[in-house]
Design a protein around this ligand. Structure first.
Ligand code: FAD
Length: 345
């Protein structure tokens, strides 16, 4: 019997596992294999950098990706406007970042990699987890279950079906880029998506991607690719395609932190910016808050965690309020035309 079972070792789960007190018996489960990684832009925002600074964590050079880019080219295809805006992101290798976070987890935590949680059931006061590793099934029991398992969270789907958030499909393709050209752009085009698309240079590759409504997501991605090709970016040396769900949190009440022994963290809780899709900072921040609460005792966790994350929800609300200025064609045109915060090249 474990005190705590953490499902998912992305930035949220890995941070929680690192911070939990040694007095708890903890199992941490993640289905990731060495081959698979999260479909992600791999940009560490200033907020995420600040949390790492608070943790006194420095990133090893090996986690960084080449090049570091200081501006984003924003392309509004609805209004035919282009602008550059300064950005303070760290370009990194997402898979190496996760491995690094996992490497910081203390040895008392039992880590099960390459293991999928396929079912969770409540039995009296405890939870039974059905796990699969290389096709082999096993059962574990825990008093508390923590869903740090991202947008397709089995924990959220099992226990919080009613707290629904719109899911979009994120698709990225990687292409080799041996030339010296590098770029980071953000593209708005309502014919493709009511969210946005992006291109990022990373370690001798171009990544092109976007977040699309579930219906016709592949067709929309192909349309985006065709526009990229027409824009003169050679997409001839295909490397790989990746995809995942992404929560599109458009309402103040879409976040769900959990109660009665089942709690949600990071993206599983709906903590991701609906405007930029930046989520690593929220995942680490919510993990820090939950660990602080659990470490002081197992009483009343649900209420304390809900109130402890109020600041996060307010911040997410501010992102929701910002959305019309990014996604409404007329408002975006007004902002971009004004040149507000834009830099001249
Ligand atoms: C295309 C795309 C680009 C993005 N770019 C950025 C960016 O540049 N910067 C940024 O800050 N944010 C970005 N985000 C958001 C960011 O990736 C997420 O918000 C963040 O990864 C959430 O962290 P998490 O730990 O909560 O969940 P995740 O990172 O999704 O981790 C969940 C973990 O749970 C595991 N898991 C899931 N289900 C199970 C199961 N049943 N059993 C066992 N394990 C399971 C998964 O293997 C995974 O390791 C992007 C998102 C997308 C989709």
């Amino acid at each position: 019997m474990y005190d705590i079972a953490i499902i998912g070792l992305g930035p949220a789960g890995a941070t929680l596992a690192r911070l939990l007190s040694i007095k708890y018996k903890v199992i941490a489960i993640d289905r990731t294999t060495t081959q698979t990684g999260k479909c992600c832009g791999g940009l560490l925002s200033p907020d995420a950098q600040k949390i790492l600074a608070k943790f006194d964590i420095c990133l090893p050079k090996d986690v960084l990706a080449d090049p570091q880019i200081f501006s984003v080219k924003t392309i509004d295809l609805d209004n035919n406007i282009e602008r550059f805006y300064q950005r303070f992101y760290v370009n990194m290798d997402r898979m190496k970042f996760e491995k690094f976070l996992v490497s910081l987890i203390p040895q008392n935590i039992e880590i099960c990699k390459n293991t999928t949680c396929v079912k969770i059931e409540k039995n009296g006061k405890t939870y039974t987890l059905e796990l699969k590793t290389n096709g082999i099934r096993r059962i574990e029991k825990a008093k508390i279950v923590i869903g740090a398992d991202g947008a397709n969270s089995i924990v959220r789907r099992t226990f919080y079906k009613k707290n629904k958030i719109d899911k979009y499909v994120a698709i990225q393709e990687w292409y080799e880029n041996k030339s010296n050209s590098s770029f980071y752009s953000c593209i708005f085009d309502r014919k493709i998506t009511d969210s946005y698309c992006w291109t990022i240079s990373k370690d001798n590759h171009y990544i092109i991607g976007g977040a699309f409504p579930k219906k016709d997501s592949i067709t929309r991605f192909e349309l985006f690719k065709a526009k990229i090709r027409n824009g003169g970016i050679p997409l001839d040396k295909y490397f790989k395609r990746e995809g995942c769900y992404v929560f599109m949190n458009k309402g103040f009440m879409s976040t769900c932190t959990g109660k009665n022994g089942v709690y949600l963290l990071g993206e599983a809780a709906g903590m991701i910016s609906p405007s930029s899709l930046e989520g690593i900072s929220y995942s680490m921040e919510s993990a820090k808050i939950l660990a602080g609460i659990i470490n002081t005792g197992l009483n009343n966790i649900g209420y304390r965690y809900f109130t402890g994350t109020l600041k996060i929800r307010i911040k997410l609300l501010s992102k929701i309020l910002k959305m019309p200025f990014m996604y409404n064609r007329i408002l975006r045109k007004t902002v971009m035309k004004s040149g507000l915060k834009a830099i001249k090249k």
